[in-house]
Ligand binder design. Structure first.
Ligand SMILES: [Zn+2]
Length: 286
């Protein structure tokens, strides 16, 4: 019997030649399309003139009699749509900083390790097990202000999707069944980090006052150094108003002042409000 092994023919078969050709055409096409793609991305919704029409316009710098600046002649235009993508937006403040100011210390008292599923706003988290957590001792700016957006973005950057350590004070939850805690990530006291960087105001939460002194000091430094939202210039009023049992202060013409039934206390300036640990109202943003 003939036992010659079934040898493959030497050389390149037709299939391989076809694939090489397709690959080469593909590479050529990418090389041609890529620069065009960059032009499209840069131009956004602007009308892009084709090369040919640009040449015509340059060779015949005839001014339009009416407007004086529009080139006359056959100008081909190509409407280019911006590609459908959203650039990540982190609202920034003039006083943005990343400093942790030696806020690394061990959490005191009862602790728990949890996953942060989502940052809801600058002082509220959604935990992996579905519970909501309110950061103790701080109040982030609310509403749709740049301060509020920035506070959310900064807290997100620090803790979203991370495993954090909670440290509890006297009262562990509030009437909304939210967990009340100090949050530590990577050894850093996050509540303090928010206040110290000007992304949150200090706000007293009795009886949970373990870090009050530290938070007051951090806020004072953040104000003095114009960190975060403390760098924003605000229109100054000749006085401000606050109410008993409310942690907010207002401009005299705030709609909340107009609606209030009780008599307000008068504050000389913003300094006096912050010395009393009051927080700017989300409506009048004093
Ligand atoms: Zn107000």
């Amino acid at each position: 019997m003939n036992s010659t092994p079934n040898l493959q023919p030497v050389g390149i078969d037709k299939k391989q030649v076809t694939w090489v050709a397709i690959t080469m055409i593909g590479v050529l096409l990418i090389a041609l399309i890529l620069p065009l793609a960059f032009i499209i991305q840069d131009s956004g919704d602007v009308e892009v003139k084709s090369k040919k029409s640009l040449k015509i316009a340059q060779k015949e710098p005839v001014k339009d009699a009416k407007t004086g600046d529009e080139p006359i002649g056959k100008v081909e235009t190509l409407k280019v749509k911006r590609p459908n993508f959203k650039a990540p937006k982190t609202p920034s403040l003039p006083g943005d900083s990343n400093d942790t100011f030696g806020l690394s210390f061990d959490p005191v008292g009862e602790t728990e390790t949890v996953e942060v599923k989502k940052v809801i706003d600058g002082d509220t988290l959604l935990l992996g097990d579905g519970r909501k957590l309110r950061l103790l001792g701080i109040q982030a700016p609310g509403g749709s202000s740049v301060e509020a957006k920035s506070a959310t973005a900064q807290l997100k950057r620090r803790v979203e999707g991370k495993s954090v350590t909670l440290s509890f004070d006297e009262k562990k939850s509030d009437r909304y069944k939210r967990v009340l805690a100090y949050v530590f990530y990577d050894g850093v006291f996050i509540n303090g980090w928010m206040v110290g960087n000007g992304y949150g105001y200090h706000s007293e939460w009795k009886p949970n006052t373990r870090h009050t002194e530290l938070l007051v000091t951090l806020q004072g430094t953040a104000r003095a150094k114009k960190r975060g939202f403390w760098a924003l210039e605000k229109d100054v009023e000749d006085h401000y108003l606050s109410y008993q049992r409310s942690r907010y202060f207002h401009r005299p013409k705030c709609k909340r002042v107009a609606k209030a039934k009780s008599t307000p206390d008068k504050l000389r300036n913003r300094d006096e409000a912050f010395e009393k640990s009051l927080i700017p109202c989300n409506d009048c943003n004093p």
